[in-house]
Unconditional design. Structure first.
Length: 224
């Protein structure tokens, strides 16, 4: 379904394709063509982000056969599911011009993890990390590194991705209810590799992790 919308000095919160029309009068008029991107079978869907190529991402209900909320990508008039990380729901919140998509999803264990998707493949960002902690860990990456060295850190949200593939979001130290911001940088120029490292913050710095443990110990003692 499409229709034309013209606004004067207002912002339309819609998915729209079009441009700026400058009539003879001094006031700018914005003319758009509305496009219904549809759903994945359910009644509800929400478009959250769009790139310069017109690729749209968001979430949609997927009933039937199973009613759940799933991330989608829409391009060239076709909506397609991105899947989940094994759990009941996912949502996509950002897409860059390369077609890399980020968001968050429930896992099979019930946790919420950040993800990246590219060319139909979805990956848990917690399993895509290379931890820059010194020569002894230089070859450790992915799920094994996370399990062995940072079992208390969970990257739970990926909120935006830049044109060069850098990702920002938030995560939690297990046992701590306060979110921490993070920046992830790709370790390869190939977007299909989906390999990343965290900057030297709480997620990858041994000294920072030690400081967190000390702070937690002092907090426990002071509350006694």
């Amino acid at each position: 379904m499409t229709r034309t919308l013209t606004t004067a000095g207002a912002t339309a919160a819609v998915l729209a394709l079009g441009g700026v029309v400058c009539p003879a009068s001094a006031q700018l008029r914005f003319q758009y063509e509305l496009v219904d991107v549809g759903t994945l079978g359910g009644e509800n869907s929400k478009a959250i982000a769009i790139n310069d190529q017109g690729v749209v991402v968001g979430w949609s209900e997927t009933c039937p056969p199973e009613c759940r909320t799933e991330a989608f990508v829409w391009q060239n008039g076709v909506i397609a599911p991105l899947g989940t990380l094994g759990g009941a729901w996912s949502q996509a919140v950002s897409v860059n011009s390369l077609g890399q998509i980020v968001g968050m999803s429930e896992t099979a264990s019930g946790e919420v993890h950040a993800f990246i998707a590219f060319e139909g493949k979805i990956r848990d960002l917690n399993e895509a990390l290379e931890f820059d902690q010194g020569p002894d860990l230089s070859t450790k990456k992915g799920a094994a590194a996370r399990a062995a060295y940072v079992p208390f850190v969970v990257l739970s949200e990926a909120n935006d991705i830049s044109e060069d593939g850098r990702i920002v979001g938030c995560g939690f130290v297990k046992g701590d209810s306060y979110p921490h911001a993070y920046l992830m940088t790709p370790t390869s120029a190939d977007p299909a590799s989906m390999e990343y490292k965290c900057e030297r913050t709480w997620a990858s710095c041994r000294a920072c992790r030690a400081a967190l443990r000390t702070a937690a110990t002092l907090s426990t003692r002071s509350s006694v």
